[in-house]
Design a protein around this ligand. Structure first.
Ligand code: HEC
Length: 229
């Protein structure tokens, strides 16, 4: 059992590393060689056929570990793009965009800004959806949005650099219907604008609720938000 967990960790790490070497334009950075077809097949075998991960473990979003590990259509396409070592081609980009577009649901009353202070807490929090030996208990604590892991937002905290700085976002971009829709789409499913991006699909994957997205949007756009100070 222990050995299996170690193997799963190594495979997961290998897969994550491969995923993280892609840039927004789908190219491989740092001159890394994509893993061979044999290495991919072995990773799949160790994960699925050898039960390297506790497959039947229930996930917070419903379903099992196996469901979580199984790539959906977008992930399969984007893995192939990453492993090809080439930028995404136009036809593939259109396909990924179309899948993303179909996944986006808009609030019944239109896109609204919620509470920026709640958005601030969400943008910082990385809690939620972790599994394995100590699964995050969503009944005890609300899952967060991890925006700071990749972005600088307000300057009272230090953010990551995987994504662009979003400091003064509302102040710079304004809050027209177009820009609100663009930002909402980015949070819901960023593949609609950046096919095969590294940014997660917070709405499409059910990580954030409609209300939470509104709160994060307020953090970006509300003139009172620390992001715009
Ligand atoms: C895993 C890293 C990651 C996380 C987490 C992440 N983003 Fe991003 N984000 C990116 C990347 C990378 C881009 C640039 C798009 C590209 O090139 O693929 C981006 C772009 C954006 C943009 C568009 C920027 C522009 O210039 O208009 C917005 C808005 C945005 N992110 C908001 C958010 C918010 C809000 C959160 C939290 C709910 C978040 N992001 C979480 C990686 C991330």
């Amino acid at each position: 059992m222990r050995k299996n967990i170690t193997i799963a960790a190594v495979v997961a790490l290998a897969m994550t590393t491969a995923g993280c070497t892609t840039t927004g334009d789908g190219g491989m950075s740092g001159g890394m060689k994509p893993p061979s077809a044999e290495a991919r097949a072995l990773a799949e075998k160790l994960t699925f056929a050898e039960n390297g991960f506790v497959q039947e473990q229930p996930m917070q979003e419903g379903g099992t570990g196996r469901d979580r590990l199984t790539q959906d259509e977008t992930q399969k396409i984007c893995t192939d793009v990453a492993l090809s070592g080439k930028p995404i081609d136009d036809a593939t980009a259109s396909k990924v965009r179309a899948l993303a577009k179909a996944s986006i649901k808009y609030p019944a009353g239109g896109i609204k800004l919620g509470d920026w202070e709640k958005g601030r807490v969400l943008a910082w929090s990385g809690f939620g959806f972790r599994t394995a030996h100590k699964p995050d208990n969503h009944k005890k604590r609300e899952p967060g949005a991890t925006c700071y892991n990749c972005h600088q937002l307000a300057t009272d905290r230090t953010g990551g650099t995987i994504g662009p700085s979003l400091t003064n976002y509302g102040k710079i971009r304004g809050s027209s219907d177009e820009i609100l829709k663009y930002a909402y789409d980015m949070i819901y499913n960023p593949n609609v604008t950046f096919p095969c991006t590294n940014m997660p699909r917070f709405g499409a994957n059910g990580v954030l609720t409609e209300q939470q997205i509104a709160d994060v949007m307020a953090y970006l756009f509300d003139p009172k938000s620390l992001v715009n100070k």
